[in-house]
Design a protein around this ligand. Structure first.
Ligand code: AMP
Length: 430
């Protein structure tokens, strides 16, 4: 029969990559907990309107990348392309986003964008993100950026660069937008078709088009800083001062704009040197108008998202393998299988990473297998062991039978004690 393949841009995660995912997610959770953020889980499908209203009609995501379909009752639904809009919606519905209250939330889960798949760019990918709703002071911008860098650092990402910009706000951005559009129009013959279309609707995006012609055309474009109003300028200066005080290195990049329309003032991105074209590992910014746009009170917000797949790529070490089992339990006969099963279950109950072999292998083939698994100890149970009530423990590293033998049907504490003495439970494996 013909095999059924997975969907383009939708990837399976199999060992050992899944082990790395779990490891990295654990580290991220620990950092987010230390910063006292609470986890929020929102559904993967939302009403389409949530994204069209928040992300902006003229963004690539809304124009051509959303997975949108009609539910059976005719409601238009969309698989979430990002996390922030849904977190704001959910926080509003749960009463977490209110005046005089601060919501500090984080999420982790799959996102969906119908982009052209390539290295580091998938159609289903995963993001971990954090949002602070209800504070507009620069201290929170600095905390969110610091949290982002600590999350990346905890996962072993070295040498990534933090770039920072201010995009202005409702007071000063219109003038900047107009200046940028006028500049772009004056050089429209050099722009790609996409940018020509965006000239009036979303001129900020002209700054991050990768087409060489557009880059040349926009090389001398006006920059946001010249247009910032006094409050935006003061806000940005304070964010910089706080990041410097926190020893977080950054570079101001006046051409940094982000793909989503809702950002105001602070915008940031982290780029890794080893990722090629898709080099942004994470990014975020302030979105002070978004809560009100989604029907809530006029609350400020700031947040970031990290792409898990890109983080895995950027931190990949070539020789990452599934951790080896500490113990390989081997029943040497069919009769030994129940005792071996009980022993393996008790070892697993004690948190020991344990493999259980099929019954009836010869000692030689069982040893080859334990060797291949790189198990620290092989525990053999054959007829002799069954009669004696003690299993033979072979130290695979020293290639010697261990003087200590595990009692086949011993109780938990005695088994734990024996393992401790063996050094298996203490993580002495490599
Ligand atoms: P954004 O939500 O566009 O600000 O993206 C935040 C982060 O998500 C990026 O820096 C990437 O690491 C990751 N990301 C965005 N789009 C994709 C994609 N199509 N495939 C994989 N990762 C992505």
């Amino acid at each position: 029969m013909k095999t059924i393949h997975g969907v383009k841009g939708f990837h399976d995660v199999v060992p050992p990559q899944s082990e790395r995912c779990t490891e990295i997610e654990g580290r991220l959770r620990a950092v987010l907990a230390a910063y006292n953020y609470g986890e929020i889980r929102t559904p993967i499908a939302e009403r389409t309107e949530l994204f069209t209203r928040s992300l902006g009609d003229a963004t690539d995501i809304v124009e051509k990348e959303m997975y949108t379909f009609d539910d059976r009752d005719g409601t238009s639904l969309t698989l979430r392309p990002e996390g922030t809009a849904a977190v704001v919606r959910a926080a509003l519905e749960a009463g977490l986003a209110q005046r005089d209250q601060v919501a500090k939330l984080w999420y982790l889960g799959p996102m969906f964008r119908r982009e052209r798949p390539q290295k580091g760019r998938l159609r289903q990918f995963h993001q971990v993100g954090a949002e602070v709703i209800g504070r507009d002071d620069p201290l929170v911008d600095a905390e969110v950026v610091t949290l982002l860098m600590d999350c990346l650092g905890a996962c072993g990402l070295d040498g990534a660069e933090l770039v920072l910009n201010s995009l202005g706000d409702a007071a000063c951005r219109p003038a900047y937008r107009a200046a940028l559009a006028a500049y772009g129009r004056s050089r429209s013959e050099l722009l790609c078709a996409n940018c020509r279309q965006r000239l009036d609707r979303n001129p900020l995006r002209l700054l991050d088009c990768k087409e060489p012609g557009c880059r040349r055309a926009m090389a001398e474009a006006p920059l946001a800083h010249a247009y910032l109003c006094a409050p935006c300028r003061a806000h940005f200066a304070e964010v910089e001062r706080l990041l410097q005080a926190a020893d977080v290195p950054y570079r101001v990049e006046p051409r940094l704009v982000r793909g989503l329309d809702y950002y105001v003032r602070t915008a940031f991105e982290v780029v890794a040197g080893n990722l090629g074209a898709q080099n942004a590992v994470g990014g975020g910014g302030r979105y002070d108008g978004l809560v009100a746009d989604l029907g809530g009170p006029p609350l400020a917000g700031v947040g970031f998202a990290i792409g898990i797949e890109r983080l895995l790529l950027a931190t990949a070490t070539a020789d990452y393998r599934t951790p080896a089992p500490e113990v390989d339990v081997i029943p040497l006969s069919i009769e030994a299988a129940p005792a071996a099963g009980r022993l393996a279950r008790r070892l697993r109950g004690l948190g020991v990473r344990c493999e259980l072999e099929v019954a009836g292998r010869s000692v030689k083939s069982a040893m080859r297998r334990a060797d291949k698994l790189a198990a620290r100890f092989a525990v053999l149970i054959g007829d002799d062991e069954l009669r004696a009530g003690r299993a033979t423990v072979r130290d695979m590293r020293r290639q010697a039978d261990h003087p200590l033998a595990l009692v086949v049907d011993d109780d938990g504490p005695a088994l734990a004690q024996a393992l401790r003495e063996l050094g298996a439970a203490g993580g002495t494996h490599e």
